[in-house]
Design a protein around this ligand. Structure first.
Ligand SMILES: [Zn+2]
Length: 215
């Protein structure tokens, strides 16, 4: 039975690396995967990039109004057609279809799009692995992550370490190197005069920097 997986963590917890590794594991067995991500992540447009230097182009981008299930169906049909063109008739049937849909930056999906991921899993029978950040810089769940927490068959935390050595839980925002605790949920680098960066932090360090605020 296909399942919806949500693998979440703070920033820099290796989500994109884990996604690309998962894709590789399928392909090593001769299976096909589809890679997608929301368009809101502008830092690398249509690519999934791991901090280890591996990058890969996505099969399709998902904007906020996109019908993700229809997009998936369209690309699935393309994979099936390519398999029909390429394979001899008695070839392994699992190689003639999409084995898995992998989503990067899944926190930026809308609630409705995550609902559609569950439909892809249950009604279309294809496993979906979604990777994303649990909460924003004010410790609030991103809409896509909240819905994935509610719907996923399987939740797996990808861990990273705070500067103090504890497990990081939150993502503190820095603008021009200074911590800020007010602003939009998504800060686009190019629109601000100063560079926006993030630091993954444990709750203790976050509260120390915020003066006790949690969003
Ligand atoms: Zn800490």
């Amino acid at each position: 039975m296909a399942k919806l997986y949500f693998r979440y963590g703070a920033m820099n917890s290796g989500k994109s690396t884990a996604l690309l590794q998962a894709a590789y594991n399928y392909e090593e067995r001769g299976q096909h995967v589809l890679l997608a991500k929301p368009t809101i992540d502008t830092k690398d447009a249509d690519r999934i990039s791991s901090r280890l230097g591996v990058t890969r182009e996505v099969d399709f981008l998902v904007d906020a109004t996109a019908d993700i299930r229809a997009l998936f169906a369209e690309h699935r049909a393309r994979v099936q057609q390519q398999a029909r063109d390429a394979l001899v008739p008695d070839a392994d049937a699992t190689r003639a279809d999409v084995a898995c849909l992998l989503i990067d930056e899944a926190q930026f999906l809308t609630r409705d799009q995550v609902d559609d991921l569950l439909r892809i899993v249950v009604l279309d029978g294809i496993p979906v692995l979604a990777y994303g950040i649990r909460t924003d810089f004010q410790t609030q769940a991103f809409p896509g992550s909240r819905r994935l927490m509610e719907l996923a068959h399987s939740l797996e935390e990808l861990k990273t370490i705070c500067r103090c050595g504890r497990k990081a839980l939150f993502n503190a925002r820095l603008v021009g190197g200074r911590f800020v605790f007010d602003g939009d949920q998504v800060a686009i680098d190019q629109l601000t005069a100063e560079r926006v960066t993030y630091e993954s932090m444990c709750a203790e360090c976050y509260l120390a920097e915020s003066g006790g605020r949690l969003g």
